[in-house]
Structure formats: C-alpha cells, structure tokens
Design a protein around this ligand. Structure first.
Ligand SMILES: C[S@@+](CC[C@H](N)C(=O)[O-])C[C@H]1O[C@@H](n2cnc3c(N)ncnc32)[C@H](O)[C@@H]1O
Length: 210
C-alpha cells in the first residue's frame, strides 16, 4: 500500500488488509496533518446542493471531516452515513465527535450494506485512488443512489499539487485526469457534469443515470 498517488491502473489486486494497515497508522494524526481543509470541504459539499431531508453517504469518510458540512446541508431530518474500511479512522472520527453529525459504519465501499436507490448523493474525498476496481466500485456507489442523484469526487488539493507533494510527475494514466475520469464514470452509471482541477482543490460532480 502506498500513499494516495491518484495514479490510475484500472484494476489492481485487492488488499483490504493493506489499505487498513496504511490508514490505521495515520488515523490518530490525520486531522492535524490537514488542519486548514475545513472550508474546502464545506465548499465542496455546498456544490452538491443537497436539500434538507436528503440522504447522503460519505464514502471512505476517514475521520469524518466532511460529516459536519453534510449534516448542515441535509439538516436534522436528513440522513448522513459515513462508511470506512479502517476501524482506526472511524475511532478517530468518533473521538472527534463526528458521530454526532452522521452514523459511522465500518464497511467496504465495494459492497455497501445500503439499499439500492436509497440515497440522494455520495460524497467521496480522497477515495478514488484507493479503489481496487474503480469501474466496479463506482458502479456500487451508483447502485445505492437514486436515478438523478449525485456523486462528488473531492480532494482538497489538485492533481498537480498532489503529485508534487508525492514527488512524482503527473502522468496521462492518472485516473482523475478528465479524459480518463469522464469515460470511467460513464461506464459506471454516472454522467460527469462538472470538473475542476486547480491547485487548491479537485472536484468532479456526476449525476446518476436512469
Ligand atoms: C485519503 S483517506 C480520506 C479520508 C476522508 N475522506 C478525508 O477526506 O479525510 C481515504 C479513506 O478511504 C478509506 N478506504 C479506502 N478504501 C476503502 C474501501 N474499499 N471501502 C471503504 N473505505 C475505504 C480509507 O480507510 C481512508 O479512511
């Protein structure tokens, strides 16, 4: 398991234990590594335009940094679920009080314990580069969202800045490059409706096809 490089092989051997080990080691100080990201998460959530009462999943929620903004968007009558594979991330989320904003669930996004078509939206920050089979896994996210519902793929830093942070070049096979992401989403039940990749954020929005 390596750091989230955003580089895209379409499939790789799935190693959930490796993913958990990688993030378990980083859970305790995850929030303190990125102390200034809060407003960027709030802005990204706002772009989903969630209505009060809506049901939303934070897929790969980690320490739940997006959950307060998601709760604020859907209000007390809405449903907010944060799902993550790594128990230590969920423990850190609970310790940070994020369980007050949403239900924290240990689950693999490749097989979600969520009814088909029951959600209005999925928010996924920093997740896509960790997915073992991106097309299949994005299809699972589409399964749980109603037709017309939304997906936000977010990162609080753009692709070039992330590559620089990791000391690697940005290559054309990057999964999140627009030319790769658009057809990937289309093959997974999503229609990409907007794409922003700038130094301070990456945000791709997609709508669930009928
Ligand atoms: C880069 S972190 C981002 C965490 C959080 N979304 C944030 O923005 O701070 C990626 C998260 O995805 C989780 N994850 C990776 N693969 C997953 C999977 N197949 N199912 C559920 N969670 C997964 C990891 O455990 C980790 O918490």
């Amino acid at each position: 398991m390596s750091e989230n490089t955003g580089r895209g092989r379409q499939t790789k051997e799935y190693d959930p234990a490796g993913v958990q080990e990688f993030f378990a080691a980083r859970a305790a100080d995850w929030d303190s590594r990125f102390p200034d990201d809060g407003p960027a998460y709030a802005t990204a959530v706002a772009e989903l335009g969630l209505r009060p009462g809506a049901a939303v999943l934070d897929a790969g929620c980690g320490t739940g940094r997006a959950l307060p903004a998601l709760r604020a968007a859907v209000g007390a009558g809405g449903v907010v679920v944060g799902a993550d594979l790594t128990a230590e991330m969920l423990t850190a989320a609970a310790e940070a009080g994020r369980g007050r904003a949403g239900l924290l669930v240990r689950a693999d996004v490749s097989r979600l314990p969520i009814r088909t078509g029951s959600l209005d939206a999925v928010f996924a920050a920093g997740l896509i580069a960790h997915l073992p089979q991106p097309a299949e896994n994005l299809r699972e996210l589409a399964r749980v969202v109603r037709p017309g519902g939304q997906l936000a793929l977010f990162h609080a830093v753009g692709r070039a800045a992330l590559a620089a942070r990791h000391g690697r070049p940005l290559t054309p096979d990057d999964l999140r490059a627009e030319a790769n992401l658009r057809p990937l989403l289309a093959s997974s039940g999503w229609r990409m409706v907007s794409y922003v990749d700038e130094d301070t954020r990456f945000l791709a929005l997609a709508v669930r096809e009928d």
